[in-house]
Every structure is written in structure tokens, then in C-alpha cells.
Design a protein around this ligand. Sequence first.
Ligand SMILES: C[S@@+](CC[C@H](N)C(=O)[O-])C[C@H]1O[C@@H](n2cnc3c(N)ncnc32)[C@H](O)[C@@H]1O
Length: 202
Amino acid sequence: MPGPHFARRDPNDPAFWDERFTQRFMPWDQGGVPPMLARFVADAPTPLVTLIPGCGLGHEVRHLALAQWDVTAIDFSPAAVASAHLALHEFAGHVQQADFFTFQPERPLGFIYERAFLCALPRERWPAVAARWAELLPAGALLGGFFFFDDAPKGPPFGAGPDDIAALLRTAFVLEEDVAVEQSIAVFAGKERWQLWRRRND
Ligand SMILES: C[S@@+](CC[C@H](N)C(=O)[O-])C[C@H]1O[C@@H](n2cnc3c(N)ncnc32)[C@H](O)[C@@H]1O
């Protein structure tokens, strides 16, 4: 059987992701809710207004909505959004097509959830991602999720070195939690950490 064939090579281009979702090539997809996110939601004292940038199939949307969190998930790939809508049934209304770099939330955010979005983009885009995270989150709000540590030059996924994420975030955020992830899927196994960063006062 022939493997998938991709013409697009630039992950900054929605068409790159369209090809992969259309051909059902999604090695990053967890197929469910990562246990560390479920624990974070269960332990949170109050539901948070949440944004999921680059949501892909958006498995987390159902979990957050059922926990009464006000969740919006965005993706700039029309094929990703169509796949998420199909997968999420009655929760599809939480997912919209939008570019993270221009998206404007309707309500002030309390939490941005990160999973396989930063590492989907080439490292030269990372300062722009970090600047947008800082713009979108008010003082005291949280950025949290899964960060991928690896030094392979090619991607996606593009990994960080041990100090890269701290260098990227420490001006605008304070690290509150940093834990190794034990139940990773194959592409991220042994190389991802759950981190929680709180937005500083400007
Ligand atoms: C590797 S996938 C991860 C999907 C999902 N977060 C997950 O964990 O399964 C990266 C996703 O980010 C999306 N993406 C990349 N750049 C984006 C941008 N500027 N705005 C919105 N979505 C973007 C892609 O379309 C793709 O669905």
C-alpha cells in the first residue's frame, strides 16, 4: 500500500496541515485527553476561560466543556477544523477556524493550553508565539501544557534545548510547575514535560 504523499513543506502554511489531516496522517494525535491535563482540570479551584491554539482534532474540548470550562479552540487549517467538527459532535461549536497570530478572544483568557502547537512551528517563529501568548494572557493568567525537548534539527516536531523554553518565556511568565510526562505517545515519549507558567504583571 502506498504511504502518504505530501507536496507542502512549510508548516507555516495551512495547506501543509490540510494535506496531513486529509490523508489522516497525524502521528502527534493523542486520540484522547492527556492524563496530566485531566488532573490539572480536576485540581483547578475554578473553571478557566481557555484558548486552545492549533487544536487539531481537539479532543480536550469535550473534556473541558463537560467540566464547565469556557473553552475556545482554534486552528488555521480548514481540514483540521472540519475533522474536529466531525469528531466533536455537539461540542463542535467550540472550534473555529482562525490564525493564532491574529485571533481575538471574546472574553479575557484565564488559560492557554499548549500541546504540539509550539513544536509544530519552526524555531524562528517561537519568539512570535511567545509574544502572542503574553499579549493574549492578562497578568496572573496561566499558560500550560506539554513542551517538547529534543535537538533534532528537522521537524515538525521542532524541539527545544533544556534552557530554550525558559529563555523564551521568563520575561513575561514565571514557571510554577515542571514535571516529566510518563504517558506520552510514541513521537513525544521521554521528551516532553508538563509545564505551567503564570503571566507576570507588566
Ligand atoms: C502538530 S498539530 C497539533 C494539533 C493538536 N494540538 C494536538 O495536540 O493534536 C499542530 C496544529 O497547529 C495548527 N497551526 C499551526 N499554525 C497555526 C496558526 N498560526 N494558527 C492556528 N493553528 C495553527 C495546525 O494546523 C495543526 O493542526
